[in-house]
Ligand binder design. Structure first.
Ligand code: S3P
Length: 170
């Protein structure tokens, strides 16, 4: 495990970016956030991409980013977007090339944390976000489990405790 790249997977607002930064810091590895990588390579924000090009175009960019984010044998820590697992090709890459840590959340936790980080999630900018969270999570749960090498239930944990569990497991 020590010599493989680490990807954090899980639903929106599960803390992938915050935990990823802290984990990378502890392990003294470079940190990359896949959504930020997409934003800087396209010069557009995620909501702009969804709004002007649509979700399918975003998924294509996300698929390309997942392979191009890896340069040489750099052992990065990567925070993925919550929907990365929706594409079979991505699940395949994640299983073959990454150690995947699944930050598992209950829908209520996502609801509570949603606005805390100031990130706009186009898929949850709907009339009934509670229902959108519940149905997207139900649809994706099996895929997160499929790629996960290790799972942390993050609902009642602060970031340092999540990072500690991951480091102990590694
Ligand atoms: C998405 C999650 C977002 C971002 C985009 C789509 C999803 O990332 O990639 O809005 O489909 O779950 P976060 O999980 O970092 O919010």
């Amino acid at each position: 495990m020590q010599h493989r790249r680490i990807a954090l997977v899980g639903f929106m607002a599960s803390g992938k970016s915050t935990v990823g930064k802290s984990l990378a810091n502890h392990l003294q590895r470079p940190f990359v956030d896949l959504d930020q990588y997409i934003e800087s390579s396209t010069g557009k924000t995620i909501p702009d991409i969804f709004g002007s090009l649509g979700e399918a175009a975003f998924r294509q960019l996300e698929r390309d980013a997942l392979t191009s984010v890896v340069r040489g044998d750099e052992l990065i820590v990567l925070a993925t977007g919550g929907g990365v697992v929706t594409q079979a090709a991505n699940r395949d890459v994640l299983q073959r090339e990454w150690v995947c840590i699944y930050l598992r959340t209950r829908p209520e936790t996502v609801r509570q944390r949603l606005h805390r980080d100031g990130v706009v999630r186009p898929l949850l900018a709907v009339d009934n976000p509670t229902e959108a969270i519940r149905s997207l999570m139900a649809a994706r749960e099996a895929w997160y489990n499929e790629v996960a090498d290790f799972t942390v239930d993050v609902d009642s944990l602060e970031v340092p405790a999540v990072v500690r569990q991951i480091i102990d497991w590694l």
